[in-house]
Design a protein around this ligand. Sequence first.
Ligand code: NAP
Length: 292
Amino acid sequence: MVEITSSTKITGIIGYPIKHTLSPIMHNRAFSLLNLDFLYVVFPVEPKDLDKAVMALSALKIKGVNVTIPFKQDILKYLDEIAPCAGRIGAVNTIVNENGKLIGYNTDGEGFINSLKEVNFEIEGKKILLLGAGGACRAVAVALAWAGAKKIIVATRDVNKAEKMIKETGLDQELQTECFSLPGLPAEKIAEPDLIVNTTPLGMAPLEDKMPDISLEGLHSSQYVYDLIYNPLETVLLRQARLKGCKTVNGIGMLVHQGAKSFYLWTQKKPPIEEMRHAILQYVGNSRKKLP
Ligand code: NAP
């Protein structure tokens, strides 16, 4: 750990509830490894206090924060500037304090794409089924469109939210889109995509025994199944998909890559990605070899 002095730059994360976050582990390991005079702390902010928390970032000269559930969309109205990518997604997961000016970025989409590269999934020309239509889904969908996906199918419990997401992000201008309600996704829509991504919290502790309400009958072994969840490392959905012979990917890679991009935005230093990943895997008591 760095020695904390009056010149230590403070970064952190705001959200509520926030106990689950693994971000301090990877960021503090990275700061320490690069001998940077930075510290990453957790700020549990109750929703009623969001405006005060944002004002405090400037007043306390906090260098930057990550933003997580439930503030990724609400935070936009409090910021001085929004980077184009975050503006299009309509959600911010990283704030940088540039001499009192608070700038909002979104690194989730880039994190997702970089994690797909690691498992050798080529996005160009591919069809992708997204389960859910919340903040993370928006980032993933926009990033997939930028990376050249051919079609995005969105299935969520309120189909109006899926249609709203597609309209607001302009996805329908760039690629083929289809929206469905959950439950009720036709079996052929499970078989059609090259990649299926769970962007709902179904399967995440304490909902560990849950998964999105889809039938897995149509799954086949040439498909990739990705769960943004990283706790547990293998969700019910990933386990079922693995048993069907699919290639499965959990949320650790995205977590590490979105964090690495935030790290760069705050420090302008190349992030030590493998050490960040190792810090997290060490913490969750696992090794990379065991990852699904
Ligand atoms: P969010 O904005 O709250 O969106 C959640 C989505 O899931 C919404 O579409 C929501 O539907 C749906 N949903 C929630 N509960 C549901 C239920 N019981 N049944 C069916 N659908 C349900 O959350 P988010 O920020 O997108 O995060 C979603 C997940 O991604 C979380 O598990 C989070 O930890 C994970 N995530 C991982 C990373 C990473 O780096 N690996 C990064 C970001 C997020 P409604 O709109 O109808 O409520």
